[in-house]
Design a protein around this ligand. Structure first.
Ligand SMILES: Cc1cc2nc3c(=O)[nH]c(=O)nc-3n(C[C@H](O)[C@H](O)[C@H](O)COP(=O)(O)O)c2cc1C
Length: 307
């Protein structure tokens, strides 16, 4: 069946409307200015920017990135200039565009998260906030999303600090994502992002050493897509709130698989290093798939996997 009208690509995450269902994976698209020369930012569903913490962070020592078969292992460790630097130097550039901005926020405790959330809300420098409760690359227990109680604590504290849409970014490094997804929803999250990177390491047999100075890193890229698809499918069974699916999306077909698994939108991370315009190309590919298969809206595809 072929339909002649242009399919509706917009999706909603809480009160946020994305013009297309494709955003960028935090940490893989900088703050937009790094890529604006090559990509029309207004054609992306939303720009999700790099992690922005309360204080500036230097990140981990080098070496911080290693290629693996079908993936990348990174141990950047949330290097960033801090919230005041974001507000003064990064946000004004992105605000020249109409694209919604999702700011990724890490923290060492719930109050840390809430501080940045309040600053972003009061300054108007974000349209939605992604709580990074799942970074595997920092040494002092920032991986709140491996525990439903800690997940709920961070989300509830931030819920009290903002009216902006709150998206909890979850970790794949758990046996079962469902209780954690549910805990985030019950604590007031408007949406979930999953997955963050999969913890791993890399060893150089010749030198008999770990390749990453941090020893562990987070694996991303096509190698993690099957893991991501299963977590998205399971989380979508457990919650009503929308999910932004990510993990190894390189093509529109990959993105459609995430939508079928139950994601309402997708993010592309590692693929942007190869092609900064990939988020736009994937949106166009999703539109073509919808048309070819007789779907009038992206929403009609969400969770439409046959059992
Ligand atoms: C170099 C690099 C830096 C990243 N930095 C962040 C970050 O600051 N905050 C975050 O929540 N996720 C971060 N991520 C994770 C991605 O946003 C995404 O969840 C993950 O890479 C899976 O998607 P992908 O396979 O499409 O890259 C980073 C990933 C990479 C490769």
């Amino acid at each position: 069946m072929e339909i002649t009208t242009v399919p509706e690509l917009s999706v909603r995450i809480g009160s946020l409307t994305l013009r297309t269902p494709v955003t960028t994976g935090s940490g893989t698209f900088g703050f937009g200015s790094e890529v604006a020369e090559f990509v029309d930012l207004n054609k992306i569903g939303a720009v999700t920017v790099k992690a922005t913490s309360r204080e500036a962070r230097a990140g981990n020592p080098p070496l911080r990135m290693v290629e693996t078969p079908a993936g990348v292992l990174n141990a950047i460790g949330l290097q960033n200039g801090g919230i005041e630097n974001y507000l003064a130097e990064k946000a004004p550039f992105l605000r020249r565009y109409s694209v919604p901005i999702i700011v990724n926020v890490p923290g060492e405790n719930p109050e840390d998260f809430a501080y940045v959330v309040r600053r972003l809300t009061d300054s108007g420098a974000a349209d939605a906030i992604e709580l990074n409760i799942s970074c595997p690359n920092v040494s002092h227990g920032l991986d709140f999303a491996t525990d439903p109680r800690l997940t709920a604590e961070v989300v509830a504290t931030c819920r009290r600090a903002t009216h902006l849409p709150l998206i909890a970014k979850l970790s794949p490094n758990v046996a079962d994502i469902r209780p954690i997804a549910k805990a985030a929803e019950e604590a007031g999250a408007d949406g979930l992002s999953l997955i963050n990177t999969v913890i791993g390491t890399s060893i150089d047999a010749k030198k008999r050493r770990f390749r990453l100075a941090n020893i562990t890193g987070g694996l991303s890229g096509p190698a993690i897509k099957p893991i991501a698809l299963l977590h998205v499918y399971r989380a979508a069974q457990a919650v009503e709130i929308p999910i932004i699916g990510m993990g190894g999306i390189m093509t529109a077909t990959d993105a459609v698989e995430f939508l079928l698994a139950g994601a309402s939108a997708v993010a592309v991370g590692t693929a942007s290093f190869v092609n900064p315009a990939v988020a736009i190309e994937i949106s166009e590919g999703i539109a073509a798939y919808l048309k070819e298969n007789g779907f009038a809206t992206v929403g009609a595809l969400v969770g439409a996997i046959e059992p």
